[in-house]
Design a protein around this ligand. Structure first.
Ligand code: FES
Length: 137
């Protein structure tokens, strides 16, 4: 009987490990890959504006085209409680509808309750292709 119990655990352990590492990869030592947004057609993305909202997995972000033809991206997740921010071009600010937080164009806090600035994201621009990575600068 004792031998059967030992065999049972031996048989179940790899299955349990696979299930747990699938649900929670860091336990298996695997790094999660950062979400990316890639476009090779910036003109279509921006449509004459200097900004475009984009998706990084299930998160929203904004990509700005600057006057010197470089790009800058920021998370649109409010640092207070994670609501999605709205870009108000006329005010040059991000507004949060959840609790009234406001952020300036550079991501700094303009009005509480948030206390932390917006996350600036990694942008690569190579040979006309723009890649935004959900990885803070
Ligand atoms: S979640 Fe944005 S102000 Fe609270």
């Amino acid at each position: 009987m004792r031998m059967l119990n030992g065999l049972g655990i031996t048989a179940i352990a790899p299955i349990a490990y696979a299930a747990v590492s699938y649900i929670y990869p860091p336990l298996a030592g695997r790094k999660e890959r950062a979400e990316q947004f890639i476009t090779d057609n910036p003109d279509k993305l921006f449509r004459g504006k200097n900004y475009a909202t984009i998706k990084l997995g299930d998160k929203d972000a904004i990509l700005f085209k600057k006057q010197d033809n470089t790009f800058e991206a920021m998370s649109l997740q409010c640092t207070h409680a994670g609501c999605t921010l709205l870009w108000q071009e006329q005010d040059n600010q991000f507004h949060c509808r959840c609790h009234g937080g406001i952020f300036r164009r550079d991501g700094s806090v303009a009005a509480a309750p948030p206390t932390e600035p917006l996350a600036r994201l990694t942008v690569r621009h190579v040979d006309g292709t723009i890649t935004v990575i959900d990885k803070p600068i």
